[in-house]
Design a binder for this molecule. Structure first.
Ligand SMILES: *Cc1c(COP(=O)(O)O)cnc(C)c1O
Length: 234
């Protein structure tokens, strides 16, 4: 049952917070509903879950407008790499784009947010794991993105950082990836006082407890809530 899974994950999050000396409830849970139907999302909402993540805009557009009409408090973040022709819809349905991984998305995001008269949050994706191709590679690239947003894009609100650890059982490697993201995030926070860069989105079903130890403020959990994804369906 989705409700039971959400309760189990929330308990594990609270335990991990305690274990790593984090403040209680300092870590938020996002339910990643990709490849799962709207009914599953509704079941999660009834269990009190209000923050969701989707990695494909097309799929999100099929599910979320109707859900958000019924439950306006329900929030969606886009967490997958974005093509520029998908930005318009992404900005329409999401409150945050967590997968900002390159500069050339910025003018598109600004244009469509301005047209909707809506401010949109973004997290800058940091490349830490070998398996993921996306994300900013260097601190200088991140500085460049933040400076450009500050100069030119008033509807884009940088809110922090996101990363994906490598897909491995090697716990040391996972720790290292999350630590790298945290150190970069801390450095950028100390340099840019005009933005609140406090969000650090990291950790998935298999590694969210490690991510919390390393400073995550937002964990993105799919499989452990909704079960395995059936990729043959899409
Ligand atoms: C699919 C996905 C998740 C959730 O992964 P699970 O292992 O199912 O918890 C988290 N973050 C991103 C970016 C994803 O694409």
């Amino acid at each position: 049952m989705i409700k039971d899974s959400i309760e189990i994950i929330n308990n594990k999050i609270r335990k991990a917070e305690l274990k790593s000396g984090r403040k209680e409830k300092s870590v938020k849970l996002m339910a990643v509903s990709k490849f799962h139907p709207a009914e599953a999302v509704l079941e999660a909402i009834k269990a009190g879950q209000l923050l969701f993540g989707e990695n494909r805009v097309q799929e999100a557009m099929e599910k979320f407008p109707a859900i958000q009409e019924e439950y306006p408090q329900c929030q969606l973040h886009i967490i997958g790499s974005l093509q520029s022709n998908k930005v318009k819809n992404a900005v329409k349905i999401a409150s945050c784009i967590e997968s900002l991984d390159r500069l050339d998305l910025l003018p598109h995001i600004e244009k469509h947010s301005a047209a909707l008269n809506k401010n949109i949050k973004v997290l800058l994706e940091i490349h830490t794991g070998e398996d993921s191709k996306s994300g900013f590679e260097s601190e200088d690239d991140i500085r460049k993105a933040l400076a450009e947003i500050e100069d030119k894009y008033p509807h884009i609100i940088p809110a922090g950082f996101m990363t994906m650890a490598p897909f491995t059982d090697n716990q040391t490697e996972i720790h290292k990836a999350f630590e790298k993201a945290r150190l970069i995030a801390e450095k950028m926070k100390s340099e840019y006082h005009n933005f609140d860069l406090s969000e650090l989105s990291m950790g998935m079903s298999g590694d969210f407890e490690i991510a919390i130890e390393e400073g995550s403020t937002l964990v993105r959990v799919g499989t452990a809530i909704f079960g395995e994804r059936d990729y043959s369906k899409k």
